[in-house]
Design a protein around this ligand. Structure first.
Ligand SMILES: Cc1cc2nc3c(=O)[nH]c(=O)nc-3n(C[C@H](O)[C@H](O)[C@H](O)COP(=O)(O)OP(=O)(O)OC[C@H]3O[C@@H](n4cnc5c(N)ncnc54)[C@H](O)[C@@H]3O)c2cc1C
Length: 371
């Protein structure tokens, strides 16, 4: 584990150490899907701290982004569990190991330092340093599908957002949301009580989202809390430096300008291996090649686990990601502590000692001796 006295101005918070704007940890995990989350637990048993980066604003990867309400039937010991509930359980299981999170940011670049550590920088400029990097990037980082508008880039983060990170920034503001799926419906419903004006624009009359959400939007429209515009599209953005309005075209009618502070197109997210593909790792069919001994890549110190990796016989399943994370952590421990010997103990025997001071241990009496 990195000693907390390593440098001046050390601030220890939620399992991470911030040194002059650098987040430092033992294992830097890229991707907070089920594989990345379970890595925190296995690393914690070895007294290694973890920090996770994810492009999405919430942990859970595909489970929380694509199918949170779908039941999974092949998680050992859970005959059935909703993907969203699995994420909650994993978060509960790792809480004691106080992981740090950089959410809503994509890991963009990696630099190897002379001391063998890596510095990973996100698209927002957040820097992270660790001796071990575990890529648990799944299908890749989920990138928003963007509308085709000529001056879109100019207004990105200046009134145009694709992900709602903090709903409070919309308080008492005028908001235009575009899209026909669950995200567009759910956020319109939520922001109806936060923003001063919510307009939902969708190019069809029918929505793809859950029926009860569609009914709720209709109800809020009748109460005058949501302006519903269908079939209609946002065709232009207006403003000097910040967005001040959008051009909306309703089918068969002339376009008009609607004043707004924010435009939030929620057209879904598509996964892309993205910048990780340029890190010098051996790539095969959009996945990272690994050694199945410990899921190490061709760059010593960088591992790839879960859906993001490939090897003969690979199966893209959650339980395979858990297994890979477990073996990877053993190898990472040896890399971080080359002179220490670790003797694996069952959690039923050794217990689980959290970084938050908690300790769980099975009472001795319930463990029968094997004669
Ligand atoms: C509809 C559906 C049903 C499924 N059902 C089952 C099932 O029943 N049983 C089963 O075992 N599996 C199932 N799966 C597969 C399962 O969801 C995946 O195997 C699992 O999610 C892989 O976990 P992971 O953590 O490796 O990757 P992911 O869940 O894909 O998480 C990877 C995370 O990494 C992030 N990321 C990637 N690159 C970057 C970057 N550069 N910077 C920052 N963040 C990045 C992504 O945003 C993402 O959140 C299903 C998948 C789908 C789509």
């Amino acid at each position: 584990m990195i000693p907390s006295c390593q440098a001046e101005h050390v601030e220890v918070k939620e399992g991470i150490q911030k040194i002059e704007n650098m987040i430092q940890t033992d294992i830097l995990i890229i991707g907070a899907g089920p594989t990345g989350l379970f890595t925190v637990f296995e690393a914690g048993l070895l007294k290694l701290r973890c920090h996770l980066i994810d492009a999405l604003p919430q942990p859970g990867g595909q489970c929380s982004e694509i199918y949170p309400k779908k039941p999974i039937y092949d998680i050992p010991a859970y005959p059935e569990i909703l993907a969203g509930d699995l994420t909650h359980k994993l978060m509960e299981q790792i809480k004691q190991f106080e992981p740090g999170f950089t959410l809503g940011e994509r890991a963009d670049t990696i630099e190897k330092q002379e001391d063998g550590t890596f510095i990973v920088t996100t698209n927002k400029g957040t820097k992270h340093q660790a001796p071990v990097v575990a890529i648990a990037g799944g299908l890749g980082s989920f990138e928003p599908r963007k509308p085709l508008l000529s001056n879109l880039e100019k207004f990105e983060d200046n009134g145009v957002e694709y992900i709602i990170r903090d709903p409070e920034i919309y308080r008492d503001k005028k908001v235009v949301i575009a899209g026909g799926g669950d995200s567009a419906l759910d956020w319109s419903i939520f922001l109806a009580d936060v923003a001063s004006e919510v307009t939902l624009v969708h190019r069809r009359n029918e929505f793809r989202g859950a029926l009860d959400s569609v009914e709720k939007v209709q109800e809020l429209k009748n109460l005058g809390k949501i302006n519903l515009m269908t079939p209609a599209e946002v065709k232009g953005l207006i403003g000097k430096e910040k967005l001040s309005g959008v051009v909306i075209e309703k089918k068969g009618e002339d376009g008009f300008i609607l004043d707004t502070d924010h435009f939030i197109p929620l057209f879904g997210l598509s996964p892309k291996l993205g910048p990780i593909g340029n890190w010098g790792l051996e790539i095969e069919k959009n996945a990272i090649k690994v050694d199945t001994f410990d899921y190490s890549t061709n760059i010593p110190g960088i591992y790839a686990i879960g859906d993001v990796n490939t090897y003969p016989g690979k199966l893209k399943l959650i339980l395979c990601g858990f297994h890979e994370a477990t073996l990877m952590c053993q190898s990472a421990y040896k890399r971080i502590h080359p002179n220490k010997k670790y003797v694996m103990k069952y959690t039923t025997v050794g217990g689980v000692e959290g970084f938050d001071g908690t300790k769980k241990q099975a009472p001795k009496a319930v463990v029968k001796a094997i004669s």
